[in-house]
Design a protein around this ligand. Structure first.
Ligand code: GUN
Length: 286
């Protein structure tokens, strides 16, 4: 058996075209261009690439983008001041502070300072709470991308056993909450695994949908996958062989029923969902 490849790149292109059309209608009707402000602190090479890709995607969708850069050595107060200015600027609809932040800055202080109505990453505690309660304002971008991929590829979520490996605030925890909600795109039975999970391979082998979000190259091996399962790889790990996911892709191909590649799987969907949230923040959706 060879798994069906879930082409996240192609799906992201489709979603981005849909958003471009919605942006164009919104601008025509309301005379306002949606605008995303990105804040980048320091020189982290990966963060610089991510932010550049987000800006380029905005431009292509007809969304205005701003980049605000602060030095690696900047203080928490300086960053909080910038966030306050962007909160107060009516021309800015969505805002994100790229993570990770330098050690002298407490990320939780910064994320709570972002106006929840502009919080297109959905990292603010108010937005996390709303998500858990099943009445989200914004869905966090990577989990939303994973959910869209499953829904649009017609992979049955309702009643499925979804096993997520990795309990991060950005992916594992919100995704578990989303997939367990009542209704479309939810109704799964979710198991959230982490570094202290006992007999991990036994748990992952019971998954109809296995989602790897741990940040360790090729951590999920073929023997951890149930034959025919859907495997979603959220990992992006830089190795001597280049970018690889959290799943041993070549070996998994022979066992899984469907699988996302890295690159070209979940990654492109994250940016597409950021555009969706920016348009929603401008008032065009929801
Ligand atoms: N760093 C890694 N992923 C993300 C993300 O989704 N948003 C932000 N702001 N920073 C990140």
């Amino acid at each position: 058996m060879t798994a069906r490849i879930l082409d996240g790149k192609a799906l992201a292109a489709t979603i981005r075209e849909e958003i471009r059309d919605e942006v164009s209608r919104f601008v025509e009707q309301r005379g306002v261009q949606p605008c995303l402000a990105a804040v980048l602190v320091g020189e982290d090479p990966a963060s610089q690439v991510y932010v550049r890709n987000k800006q380029r995607a905005c431009e292509r969708a007809g969304i205005a983008s701003q980049l605000h850069r602060l030095a690696e050595t900047c203080g928490e107060d300086e960053l909080l001041q910038l966030v306050a200015e962007l909160n107060a600027d009516p021309a800015v609809h969505g805002m994100l502070v790229q993570l990770p932040l330098p050690a002298q800055i407490r990320a939780e202080k910064v994320l709570v300072a972002v106006d929840p109505a502009k919080d297109v990453d959905a990292f603010h505690p108010e937005n996390v709470g709303r998500l858990v309660q099943g009445r989200p304002r914004f869905l966090p971008c990577t989990p939303h991308g994973v959910q869209q991929l499953l829904v649009r590829e017609s992979i049955e979520i309702a009643g499925a056993h979804v096993v997520i490996v990795g309990r991060s605030d950005i992916v594992g925890k919100p995704l578990a909450n989303m997939l367990v909600q009542r209704g479309a795109g939810g109704d799964a039975t979710v198991t959230l695994c982490h570094s202290r999970t006992r007999e991990l391979a036994d748990v992952t082998r019971s998954a109809d949908i296995l989602i790897a979000a741990i940040g360790r190259a090729r951590f999920i091996t073929a023997d951890m996958i149930k034959p025919g399962a859907t495997v979603i790889d959220v990992g992006i790990n830089r190795t001597d062989d280049g970018l690889v996911g959290d799943v041993d892709f070549e070996a998994a191909l022979a066992v899984a029923g469907a699988i996302t590649p890295v690159p070209g799987g979940v990654g492109p969907l994250t940016i597409a969902m950021l555009l969706h949230n920016t348009l929603a923040a401008a008032g065009a959706l929801i």
